[in-house]
Design a binder for this molecule. Structure first.
Ligand SMILES: Nc1ncnc2c1ncn2[C@@H]1O[C@H](COP(=O)(O)OP(=O)(O)OP(=O)(O)O)[C@@H](O)[C@H]1O
Length: 516
């Protein structure tokens, strides 16, 4: 006969009461050391019966309870996998991330992950403990940890491959989401009589991308392929015994996109940028120290390398020009700056060591970029292949590059009737992408794209005429110079004739004098 609900409840009640009674007796009459003994053996027994292994990853570790990097990386991995599956999520503000609000698994939530067909369980937990006086997070007396549970027959797979997989994936996601930074070296205060420079940084938010960079598509593709090969080249570089770094030399006239290219590379590679101002570096040692302080996955840039040091004599010219701009008088600010530069004792060999000396191998995955407007003036040792592996010429705007700018600035995707005229004019005159872009920008909100294209045509025609006039002028000057040379030659020959004639006359006079 079926048992009534009331009867069931009364039976459960008496079972519970018996359990409580036995526990109270155990607690009261068994001394603690016997209880500990019993607990030890019960745990051993349950461990034998329980086929799962648990690994915990604590949020804080070490004596000073610093935040554990592994915990953060696993949390990132789990966030990427859990936000779709877990019902209770926690929103956290993360510093230096492109997505400042990150959703992570909340306490006591569990997610199931699968690796090579094996199931594992992750759970987020916390225990409340006494507050930690030495913790970097003094307010926190909650110890958080993540627990990984898996069947013991998969021990090897999980403890080696799976955990490594989680860490690699977590790191990759962190890198992808991180906010890029741009560093620059500033002279630091006199300290103990030693004047050195220090990196300071801000967030790097340049919007340049390869898609928006105006250059010939084949050339662009070549650069992208080279970068991808470099990024995936860890094993290759290790195999050939070369430090994992690459040098790029960007050269071309001002306004052809050298700085824009650097930003596009940084965004594409997801690397930080170190903009090195060589003139404020005290000496080779200071340069070495700055190099050591740069991180992996970064681009070290030295812009206008020809003006940075007295490696080419270019700096002297620049200074003279600066004085001319100031009515011949030295500008006090620039003079102070000059004092700074005078102190820079970085030498060519110091710079060469910086690029490929022993110390350049500290840190990996680094790109060094030099830019210059005057490639011919650079010391060949500085830019030889192997140091600057890839020489990229940034040239005047061609038709393909123009089409990219037209798409960027005017949203013209494929073609416009004015394009053939522009193509012809671009073939006949030199205009930098910076100037083309400037012309394509509407001067007012009422200006439509056709007007912008016409503005460009007008500017190209003016530039073409100016170039022709310049050429004519140069031709005329050359001709004049040539004429002068010829005239000088003629005058010289006349002079020679005169000298000769005078010589003959003198001789005759002497002879006559003798005969007379
Ligand atoms: N190839 C390009 N593609 C897209 N935009 C460009 C390109 N070249 C120049 N520009 C535009 O012109 C501006 C100036 O270009 P950029 O500073 O990159 O030139 P640069 O070659 O580094 O000049 P400089 O030698 O004077 O430093 C940029 O802000 C960008 O808007």
């Amino acid at each position: 006969m079926a048992m009534g609900i009331g009867e069931l409840w009364s039976q459960m009640g008496s079972i519970m009461a018996s359990i409580m009674f036995v526990y109270a007796m155990y607690d009261r009459f068994f001394p603690p050391h016997i209880r500990r003994y019993a607990l030890k053996y019960t745990t051993k027994f349950t461990n034998l019966m329980y086929p799962y292994i648990q690994i915990t990853f604590h949020e804080l570790s070490g004596e000073r309870l610093k935040r554990n990097e592994t915990y953060k990386v696993i949390q990132t991995y789990l966030s990427a996998n859990s936000s779709q599956r877990v019902r209770k999520l926690k929103a956290e503000v993360v510093k230096d991330s492109q997505t400042p609000l990150v959703l992570t698994m909340d306490d006591n939530q569990e997610i199931v992950d699968e690796f090579n067909g094996v199931k594992v369980w992750w759970s987020a937990n916390h225990i409340t403990s006494q507050s930690q006086p030495f913790s970097y997070y003094p307010a926190s007396n909650e110890k958080r940890f993540l627990t990984l549970t898996f069947h013991k027959r998969h021990r090897d797979l999980i403890t080696t491959s799976y955990i490594q997989h989680v860490l690699e994936q977590g790191k990759a996601i962190t890198l992808k989401n991180r906010q890029l930074k741009i560093y620059t070296n500033n002279p630091s205060n006199n300290w103990g009589g030693y004047r050195s420079t220090k990196w300071s940084h801000t967030t790097f938010e340049h919007p340049a991308r390869f898609e928006t960079l105006a250059m010939e598509p084949e050339k662009k593709e070549e650069i992208i392929n080279d970068l991808v090969k470099f990024k995936n080249g860890k094993e290759y570089y290790a195999k050939v015994g070369k430090a994992w770094k690459r040098g790029y030399l960007l050269f071309g006239p001002p306004g052809t996109g050298k700085s824009t290219m650097i930003s596009a590379i940084a965004n594409f590679m997801n690397y930080d940028v170190y903009d090195l101002e060589l003139t404020t570096v005290k000496d080779n040692n200071d340069l070495k120290r700055l190099l050591i302080e740069t991180s992996s996955k970064s681009i070290i840039v030295i812009e206008d390398i020809d003006c940075s040091l007295e490696l080419t004599g270019q700096r002297k010219k620049k200074t003279e020009k600066d004085n001319d701009e100031n009515g011949g008088k030295p500008d006090p600010i620039k003079e102070a700056d000059k004092e700074d530069k005078k102190e820079s004792k970085v030498t060519l060999s110091g710079l060469l060591n910086f690029i490929d000396g022993i110390w350049s191998a500290c840190g990996a995955e680094r790109i060094i970029i030099f830019t210059t407007n005057f490639v011919d003036k650079l010391d060949p040792a500085l830019i030889r292949r192997g140091r600057m592996d890839n020489h990229i010429e940034m040239s005047y705007c061609g038709y393909q590059a123009f089409k990219i700018l037209a798409r960027n600035y005017l949203d013209i995707e494929y073609h416009h009737d004015l394009f053939p005229i522009i193509e012809k004019l671009l073939g006949e005159t030199n205009m930098t992408p910076a100037d083309v872009a400037e012309n394509l920008m509407p001067n007012s909100i009422t200006e439509d794209f056709e007007t912008c294209l016409k503005n460009l045509i007008h500017s190209l025609e003016i530039a073409k005429k100016a170039a022709m006039d310049e050429e004519e002028k140069k031709k005329a000057e050359d001709e004049e110079a040539q004429l002068k040379v010829e005239k000088d030659k003629q005058e010289l020959t006349q002079e020679e004739v005169k000298v000769k004639a005078d010589g003959i006359l003198e001789k005759k006079v002497k002879e006559n004098g003798v005969t007379n």
